[in-house]
Design a protein around this ligand. Structure first.
Ligand code: IFM
Length: 439
């Protein structure tokens, strides 16, 4: 790697991120059915109809996996807890599920790793999907109850907690584009999900404050929108994309308002009295997490609102087909601090790439991952040098895992996983990182 710990401030934290459904194995430990089990069982939704029933069996191999986190010299482990494991029907506690997260927490602490939890990374219990899922306003109180149950058990040992991973994915990707569970393509469902996901966030923050917890945050996925050409139409559509993708969530949480260029279309579909929820949604947080991967070139398109399209860009791409655009991370760090968060600590809570990694002679050579991480760390350093309070950088992901609608094809891990034997093999990027983090 180009940088070592010494190139970052003394209190800067390095971490890796994972999520429950992508690694644990949801057929174990009494976890309930999730809407991803339903979505993936429906033809055409997920590559090879793969699901997270086994995933990479982290449920049984978590000690070995945490050994890898510790041996890399990482400070933080950003993991998520599965609502369906803790409450298989979304409402009733599963002692086995609580015991698992209790063991996992202690295993991190025993290794000197800071537990950084996310309460929802997309595995909605099917029983709650039956009740309308994110379309139903009651999801905020169900989520509050889940937060209360789980954090009453492990909240005393968390280093940090964020309620929801990537609200754009929960709402737009899943209810408007239909790419993720529940696979809807419905503008009214989308508007409701876009609001309820933030209401659930605020409700969970209040629940954890009432439990006396601190170091609570919000995690957004941000994607830089570049106009496809110099035309006013392309500029307007890029601005709209930016509002739908980025500003809606940041502005909701930090300003208690939604962007006008989105609201003018979604207002008729919003739940009743949505404005009254902002005091909950804007409950103060202690840090802001940014997940960043790429940018999109955006231009106008025919058809109903939002009448925009993504245009293939010229930059080198990852296996996901995502352009590599580190400047976007710098842009977001500076813009978020300037327009939304001020002195609040920012953390890059996800950054990484998928590549077609293979084992050869026992080694996995992934120079493209090392280059990608270096290029993005460059931008983190640049932002810090300009006074942006960036306090951490977490890599997605520790392990190759279930990449949702892409199944198991897209390998994001620092550690290779053989999906037949589940054997773990640290890649060259893992070894490079471990060298650079060594104290
Ligand atoms: O794998 C996902 C993760 O679940 C959320 N953030 C983006 C990652 C890569 O697509």
């Amino acid at each position: 790697m180009k940088y070592t710990r010494k190139d970052f401030p003394d209190d800067f934290l390095f971490g890796v991120a994972t999520s429950s459904y992508q690694i644990e194995g949801h057929s174990f430990g009494g976890a309930g059915r999730t809407h991803w089990d339903d979505f993936s069982a429906t033809p055409g939704n997920v590559k090879n109809a793969e699901n997270g029933a086994i995933a990479v069996d982290h449920y049984h191999r978590y000690e070995q996996d945490l050994d890898l986190v510790a041996a890399a010299g990482l400070d933080c482990y950003r993991f998520s807890t599965s609502w369906a494991r803790v409450m298989p029907d979304g409402k009733t506690a599963n002692p086995e599920g609580l015991d698992f997260y209790d063991r996992l927490t202690d295993a991190m602490l025993e290794r000197g790793i800071k537990p950084c939890a996310t309460l929802y990374h997309w595995e909605l219990p099917s029983a709650l999907a039956d009740l309308g899922g994110w379309r139903n306003r009651d999801i905020a109180s169900w989520f509050g109850d889940y937060t209360q149950t789980l954090m009453s058990r492990i909240g005393d040992r968390m280093y940090s907690v964020a309620p929801i991973n990537e609200p754009w994915c929960v709402a737009w990707l899943s209810h408007f584009m239909g790419y993720h569970a529940p696979g809807l393509r419905d503008i009214r469902a989308t508007a409701r999900a876009m609001h309820h996901v933030l209401l659930a966030h605020g409700t969970a923050i209040q629940t954890m404050r009432d439990l006396g917890m601190d170091n609570l945050g919000a995690v957004f996925n941000l994607e830089w929108a570049t106009p496809a050409d110099g035309s006013p139409e392309a500029q307007g559509k890029a601005a709209l994309y930016d509002s739908i993708y980025n500003h809606w969530y940041l502005s909701g949480v930090f300003k208690g308002a939604y962007p006008a260029n989105v609201l003018e279309e979604l207002e008729p579909h919003m739940p009743q009295n949505w404005q009254d929820d902002f005091p909950t949604i804007t409950t103060p947080v202690d840090w802001c997490g940014l997940n960043y991967y790429t940018r999109k070139l955006i231009g106008p398109d025919a058809g109903p609102w939002p009448a925009l399209k993504e245009i293939e860009g010229p930059l080198p791409k990852t296996l996901m087909g995502w352009e590599i655009y580190p400047e976007g991370l710098y842009n977001f760090l500076t813009r978020t601090a300037r327009d939304y968060t001020g002195d609040l600590p920012l953390i890059v809570t996800e950054n990484g790439l998928a590549s077609p990694d293979v084992i050869e002679n026992g080694n996995v050579d992934d120079p493209q991952r090392i280059a990608y991480l270096n290029a993005h760390m460059d931008k983190v350093r640049k932002a810090i040098a300009e006074g942006v309070p960036v306090k951490g950088y977490y890599i997605w992901s520790l392990l190759d895992n279930y990449e949702w609608a892409c199944g198991y094809e897209q390998r994001f891990g620092l550690v290779h996983v053989n999906f037949d034997t589940l054997e773990r093999t640290p890649k060259a990027s893992y070894h490079a990182l471990a060298n650079s983090l060594r104290r």
